[in-house]
Design a protein around this ligand. Sequence first.
Ligand code: FAD
Length: 350
Amino acid sequence: MSDVLDVMVIGGGQAGLACSYFLRRAGLRFAILDGERSAGGAWLHAWDSLHLFSPAQWSSLPGWPMPASDEGYPNRDEVIDYLRRYEERYGLDVERPVEVDGVARSSDGFTLATSRGPRRARAVISATGTWRHPFRPKYPDQHLFARRQIHSAQYRIPADFAGQRVLVVGGGNSGAQIFAELSLVADATWVTATPPTFLPDDVDGRVLFERATERWRAAQEGRSIDVPTGGFGDIVMVPPVKDARERGVLNAVAPFARFTEHGVTWRDGSQSHVDAVIWCTGFRPALSHLVQLDLLQEDGRVATNGTRSVEEPMLWLVGYGDWTGSASATLIGVMRTARTTVAEIVEALA
Ligand code: FAD
């Protein structure tokens, strides 16, 4: 039975690494399987100019602080480099590229069907993030539109759209940041379902994390509190977004009514030609590997108590968003849920 590990971690992004740090400390036998070719998780696919919302010291995984960045808020490549060095520092031997296609129950726990053959473990941590499951809302006559459509998951640089008429759809941070930089080179229009919520200039990821912590603490103690607004979906005034505001272009319009072959019809009946649409409309958890366990709800999530599956008590889900722990989709926030997850696993395996 020596090939049956204590824990199989699916996903080697920030959430998988944070869990692995605590698994290693607990002395458990585990493996980390990751579908990418190199370290970095979703950050490998982020657009070129993406920076963290918070300074390095507020963006650290357990054990080792992220080195300070010359740019203040670390850029994409600095985050990737940090994750790579984090693996090296703690000897986390992430197996890559290994695709987990399915997870099934077995007599000793779970059997995982992977691109390198079956693997077995008594417990599973799913840390597969959301980047692989982009969400696009449906608009009438969308099939007619013959021009380019991409999701923010595929967006790289503004130059790809230079001189074009582009609709950027989505009122969160992705939409604001992509619109801001596109507005310098393209005829860009920002479409949001509701007016965007901008945070004050001095509120960054650090403040959001403090607020999330206050809410978490209050919930633990059964208190209801009234902390200032500001969720991770509200727009942080990072430099490119501030710059767009200063240029007077940071204005959103209400959604169009329908697509046409070459553009859109607005609610007042007017029409616009459009060369490209960039959907900055978020993500859903990437959980297709769990389909066989029959745990997925209509909203695409799994019912959890904290990070532990309610129906499958040897399965934990880490890092997907607030439903798996307050601020757990951030580098610093996932530390808390990773720690409690591993403590539960230690107890469950004992
Ligand atoms: P991921 O990083 O997606 O890692 C999951 C890994 O699992 C990937 O390597 C993937 O290939 C692998 N995988 C998936 N399915 C399988 C499978 N079936 N088999 C094998 N491997 C699999 N976070 C911050 O902390 N600070 C910020 O300032 C910040 N800013 C952001 C700004 C924007 C605009 C956006 C969109 C996100 C931001 N984030 C920020 C969030 C951050 O990018 C993600 O939440 C984070 O990458 C999630 O980490 P994860 O480990 O859960 O998932």
